[in-house]
Design a protein around this ligand. Structure first.
Ligand code: ADP
Ligand code: ZN
Ligand code: ZN
Length: 695
């Protein structure tokens, strides 16, 4: 209860979603006749609106300041149990660490419809919730664990029952090595203790099997889902089930890490290396990192599962901060696919190859696919670029299909004959002739999945070829339908972007090929090799899950101009530790994470110079603030795609060898940035990105 009261009532601090640009981050004061406990949800006036707020903890100086009589009144308190102190601490930490307003952070963690529900509507909703016993009962029996699994489950149980000290665990094992079974059995112990389990996954739509397995093991009525694909009403319902303690297992994407879980006892982060755990807008928080923080503060175990852990996590396991639990073989004892590296430098350039694109398939790879076709086995071909061709080009006047709004090419999509910008979405019908000189012969340069599909059909006329990418899966249900066709054996060769490498358990695939992964290797992003290695291992995991009918081991093919690159050599040996060590050594000498700590200030402006000017002023302010502290301020540089949707994008990096130093300086810098902002009118947006994914 807040202390300060007079005849007009009690003063409450309420976290409200003040707009970020207002520079107000802290809770605001309101009055309430008799006071409500911290964590209560209340409706309060803010400007001309009425918003949902969370009653925050009183501070020591709350007895001073404006008397309650002078404050705006709380309109209503929602009839819900208060959000716990643990939840408030998590939200406060997230806001502070990622340099956002507390109220904004709290609001973003709550389901949107909660803000618009009247207390009466909420009461009615709570009375409805769910018919007991209508859902499927638990039916799945737990299998007997294999030796490695038993060691892992035991280690987690010891933490759960308090025999071993709590420490984050890295569960390292390939797809099919039994990681999910470990999560399930650890979860069973937590549930038996009356605790809740939080399971985070990168993309819930791609992992329906995981949801199904938790539902089968524990009963669908005990499982709640939280992800952005739900309707607002569904999200509200499952959020409430978690908050009220009715759901025991909460499965969700990154937003679920901030769910209210009053009995949380175990946290699982599956595919912990996946970049989608880091939000790309708003506070840009990392759900993986927050999950580890949340579990540590609560004193409960957290398991991070992956075949190719992030280098941060691997480093933590190497240094002993995390405990490593290894699953060394696949459950079905399926051997790892043989990795074949095809040296594309040695291929003779083929005359007559369509429009200067490099050969689609090396002859050896083509033969290997034909052999699969003959045996009725499936092949999976990965090409990380959708559309037909990434750019159109006029040989007479050198016109190219640039986007008028971005510093990027527009991609040719043959299916709907459009030229489409993948950055701003601007789309036009493809011109029949060069718009500059009228030349009717415009070339399509390079190759996307759409063109690959067409070229493969010419090379393998007898094959049933299907394509899976963002273009073919736009309509609701189309992804599921296409996956079902693959499972039913109606497809011989599946072409797609990295979407096809994730999660699916294709039983008949015995060959996986990455057709031109080199472009990912040489991107400017320092995490590119880490991402590529994870993608290739994940893709390799799609092959041979059920063993080849012919008894041949499954194969993973990689076409490259750099076959001697250490990344491909490590892949050939399935040697993640060697790859990780080499990368960590590079990161150490280059002064990159996890050895250094980074923050990126980004700004967009309507004109070419505005964002740069803002960042330069910001850097000057930052340097003045940081004084003697051990911080490095890099010069402002244009974003790799410098203009998107007529906005000029710039960014500036700050680097520190100590996280704490960086945090202290950022916290002082933020108000300085808000103060600078009015002098830079062409700046439309700016944000600090703490622990950025790419720089
Ligand atoms: P991962 O999560 O590492 O991909 P899973 O836990 O999904 O691995 O296990 C792969 C397959 O093996 C699943 O079909 C699972 O049901 C099965 N499985 C897992 N552990 C065992 C076990 N101890 N005995 C029998 N089958 C198992
Ligand atoms: Zn032309
Ligand atoms: Zn564009």
């Amino acid at each position: 209860m807040n202390e300060c009261s007079d005849s007009a009532g009690v003063r409450l601090r309420v976290a409200v979603p003040t707009p970020q640009h207002s520079g107000l981050g802290s809770p605001l004061d309101y009055r309430h006749p008799e006071g409500v406990p911290p964590g209560s949800l209340v409706r309060v006036p803010l400007g001309r609106r009425e918003v949902l707020g969370v009653v925050w903890d009183p501070t020591d100086d709350d007895t001073e300041g404006v008397p309650p009589a002078a404050l705006k009144p709380v309109q209503a308190a929602l009839n819900l149990p208060p959000l716990s102190e643990e939840w408030r601490r998590l939200v406060a930490f997230t806001a502070a660490y990622y340099q956002r307003g507390l109220g904004e952070m709290a609001a973003s963690a709550l389901p949107a419809p909660l803000a618009n529900l009247t207390p009466e509507q909420l009461a009615r909703r709570l009375k409805k919730l769910r018919p007991v016993g209508a859902a499927e009962p638990a039916s799945g029996l737990a299998p007997t664990l294999q030796a490695d699994q038993a060691v892992a489950v035991d280690a987690l149980k010891q933490q759960l029952v308090g025999v071993a000290p709590v420490k984050p665990s890295l569960l390292w094992g390939l797809t099919g090595s039994g990681k999910t079974e470990v999560y399930l059995q650890a979860a069973a112990t937590a549930l038996a203790q009356g605790r809740q389990v939080l399971v985070l996954v990168p993309e819930i739509n791609l992992t329906p099997q995981l949801v199904a397995r938790f539902a089968a093991r524990f009963g669908a009525e005990r499982v709640a889902c939280l992800h952005s694909g739900l309707t607002p009403a569904q999200r509200l319902r499952d959020w409430l089930r978690a908050h009220l303690g009715q759901a025991d297992v909460v499965l969700g994407t990154r937003l679920a890490v901030l769910a209210s879980l009053p009995r949380l006892g175990l946290v699982v982060v599956d595919e912990e290396h996946d970049p989608s755990f880091k939000a790309q807008d708003g506070a840009r928080q990392s759900a993986r990192d927050l999950a580890v923080w949340r579990a540590a503060r609560l004193g409960v175990p957290v398991v991070l599962g992956s075949a190719t852990p992030s280098l941060e996590t691997w480093h933590n396991a190497q240094s002993g901060r995390y405990q490593r639990l290894d699953l060394r073989s696949r459950i079905d004892a399926a051997p790892l696919p043989d990795v074949r590296l095809v040296d594309m430098k040695r291929l003779p350039a083929r005359a007559g190859e369509l429009n200067r694109a490099s050969p689609v398939l090396a002859p050896t790879l083509q033969h290997a696919i034909e052999a699969r076709l003959a045996r009725g086995e499936q092949s999976l071909l990965l090409l990380n670029r959708r559309g037909y061709a990434p750019v159109l080009h006029c040989g007479q006047c050198s016109w190219r299909s640039g986007c008028p709004h971005c510093s990027a090419w527009r991609v040719f999509h043959k299916g709907d004959r459009s030229l489409r910008c993948h950055h701003c979405g601007f789309s036009e019908r493809v011109p029949v002739a060069c718009p500059d000189c009228g030349n009717p012969d415009i070339d399509a340069i390079g190759r996307g999945t759409e063109r690959l599909e067409e070229q493969l059909q010419a090379l393998l006329p007898q094959a049933r070829i299907a394509r899976l990418d963002a273009d073919t899966t736009q309509r609701a249900g189309s992804l599921e339908a296409q996956l079902a066709a693959v499972h039913a054996g109606e497809v011989d060769v599946l072409v797609g972007t990295q979407m096809i490498a994730k999660g699916h358990d294709f039983r008949r695939v015995t060959l996986v090929a990455a057709l031109s992964p080199d472009n990912l290797l040489y991107s400017s992003d320092f995490r590119a090799p880490e991402r590529l290695f994870a993608l290739l291992i994940q893709a390799a995991g799609r092959a041979g899950r059920a063993g080849s009918a012919s008894g041949h081991p499954a194969e993973m093919w990689v076409q490259s101009h750099q076959v001697e690159h250490p990344l491909y050599q490590a892949l050939k040996r399935h040697d993640y530790p060697a790859f990780a060590q080499a990368q960590l050594d590079e990161r150490r000498s280059a002064g990159l994470p996890p050895f250094m700590h980074l923050a990126l200030l980004r700004a967009d402006s309507r004109d070419e110079t505005g964002a740069q000017a803002f960042l330069m002023a910001a850097a000057a302010a930052g340097r003045a603030l940081s004084g003697e502290s051990d911080l490095f301020w890099y010069p402002a540089v244009p974003h790799p795609v410098a203009k998107v949707a007529n906005q000029w994008r710039w960014q500036m990096l700050v680097e520190a060898s100590h996280r704490g130093v960086l945090q202290r300086v950022l916290a002082q810098w933020l108000p300085a940035l808000h103060a600078l902002r009015p002098q830079h009118r062409s700046v439309t947006r700016w944000a600090i990105d703490v622990d950025p994914q790419a720089i």
